[in-house]
Design a protein around this ligand. Structure first.
Ligand SMILES: [Zn+2]
Length: 491
């Protein structure tokens, strides 16, 4: 009886302690300065996004397949649509079709800031054209959405940046520091041989330019609404991106005529190789950003949920457990392995002499393509297997979360949601962005798109019926105007 009472008392004390901790587990009270209402030409931004979509700026792995006249058409459209920018900013075409605009600031001593976007889009998958409700290159505006390839990834972003600068110029604004607008032409080509973004960075570097900050696509606004648990807007700011590498693994065998085949041939060996790779996944790594993310999102949850979330530091083992089972989580916490291609013999009646598989890896911060290769050599049972790295891009580093640019996103985007809870969280970008190359000339490389899109709409990028609600374009232009005002200031 006495023991039971002691146990109950201990439980009661633990509950009280947790309740007190949960009560204190709330977002820091930050002074959110009132953002002045920004003027936005709502008609014009819609019209210009539609026109931008009509330029078929599709990039290809093989640049000879690219229709460069569409990029020329796009450049001509920008020139016509944004006369103030073309009159006041210095424009350069770099590499095949990348664009750089330089807006001179009042104080040449200050490091310039940069806004990035890519002009190119992915093709529409052959055979799916008929599934589109509106032609993907018509830029159809139905009064609610603008439809077409690039409306989400990322001509919406590019056009909102241009609208913001054009409007600021019309209002007579001049930044303190230089503002660069850098628009690459082949971001969608994975590990391109001649990335436009890299050519831009090399040009700026050769002029001795270092950038105060860079803002590109990659982060997002996600509205989370789980009844009774959490209702908040998550502003996910991409602080880093994962690496990319493809490895081709080849095993060899005797080959011969299929009429005299042994029980197992080269493809059987390849199957074993694939099992070795899939059964030996990379270890889960809980990088510090995961804890910051849990803490900041957790603090905006309801009180009962906070009783659990305030113990986020104990979540490590749970995340490791879940990370192994849920692909969506796994990609945030480890180097992801995807066996994607296989090759055997050249004919149905020929035993393979060489059988190969191609595996795509997305290394996480702290691991490189060299580590991937060492891992493969360790786990594949056939020590004579040939392992060849086809292409590799190492993971980026993490940008700090205390820069002026980061704070500006927090203040400006946060002010879009005055009546609702907001959690500004650091995030790891799964895919690649042009921002990657800018690490060479900037400490603060941030990835964030100021558009509040549903998960369903985000999923239309690279897919069918890609479309952007016109309502978010207003917020987009206002965001970039305020962001430029904030970050271009001296301090
Ligand atoms: Zn993109």
């Amino acid at each position: 009886m006495e023991i039971l009472l002691i146990v109950l008392a201990v439980i009661a004390v633990l509950i009280i302690i947790t309740a007190i901790r949960a009560a204190k587990f709330v977002p820091e009270k930050k002074e959110r300065p009132e953002m002045p209402e920004e003027k936005v030409d709502f008609e014009r931004v819609q019209k210009n996004l539609s026109k931008a979509i009509q330029c078929k700026t599709v990039s290809h792995d093989d640049p000879s397949l690219t229709d460069w006249s569409e990029f020329e058409k796009f450049h001509a459209f920008l020139e016509e649509a944004y006369p103030m920018i073309h009159k006041n900013l210095k424009k350069e075409v770099i590499s095949a079709a990348s664009l750089v605009f330089r807006w001179e600031g009042k104080n040449p001593e200050l490091e310039p800031m940069a806004l990035l976007a890519h002009q190119d889009v992915v093709p529409v998958t052959a055979g799916t054209e008929g599934d589109w409700k509106h032609d993907p290159f018509e830029g159809h505006n139905d009064g609610e959405y603008i439809w077409g390839r690039g409306t989400v990834d990322m001509k919406n972003h590019l056009i909102c940046v241009m609208e913001a600068v054009e409007t600021l110029l019309e209002e007579g604004f001049q930044p303190e520091r230089d503002v660069y607008l850098c628009f690459g032409h082949n971001e969608e080509v994975v590990c391109a041989n001649d990335p436009g973004a890299s050519a831009i960075v090399e040009t700026l570097k050769s002029r001795g330019i270092r950038l105060d900050s860079v803002l590109d696509e990659g982060g997002a606004i996600i509205s989370l609404d789980m009844k009774g648990i959490i209702k908040t807007n998550i502003l996910a700011i991409g602080m880093a991106e994962k690496g990319y590498c493809d490895f081709k693994i080849t095993v060899t065998d005797k080959g011969g005529h299929s009429s005299q085949a042994p029980d197992h041939n080269g493809l059987g060996k390849l199957a074993n190789t694939i099992l070795d790779i899939e059964n030996n996944q990379f270890k889960i790594k809980l990088l510090p950003f995961i804890y910051t993310l849990l803490e900041r999102v957790g603090k905006t949850a309801s009180f009962p949920a906070r009783m659990i979330m305030c113990n986020y530091k104990l979540f490590g083992p749970l995340l490791k457990f879940l990370g192994k089972r849920i692909p969506f989580l796994a990609c945030l916490v480890r180097t992801v392995t995807a066996v994607t291609m296989c090759e055997g013999s050249p004919a149905p009646n020929v035993l393979p002499q060489r059988a190969s598989t191609t595996v795509n890896f997305r290394p996480i911060f702290g691991e490189t393509s060299k580590d991937v290769e060492a891992h493969l050599r360790k786990v594949i049972r056939y020590k004579d297997a040939e392992i060849e790295c086809l292409r590799a891009k190492e993971p980026s580093r993490f940008s700090p979360t205390d820069s002026r640019a980061f704070n500006a996103i927090e203040t400006v985007a946060g002010s879009m949601f005055t009546d609702k809870a907001v959690a500004v969280v650091p995030y790891l970008v799964m895919g690649g962005t042009d921002a990657y190359f800018y690490e060479a000339i900037s400490e603060n490389v941030l990835r964030f798109a100021p558009f509040n899109l549903s998960v369903e709409l985000i999923a239309t990028s690279h897919g069918t019926n890609e479309r952007c609600p016109i309502a978010v374009l207003k917020d987009g232009v206002a965001f970039f105007k305020s962001y430029i005002r904030q970050v271009s200031k001296e301090s």
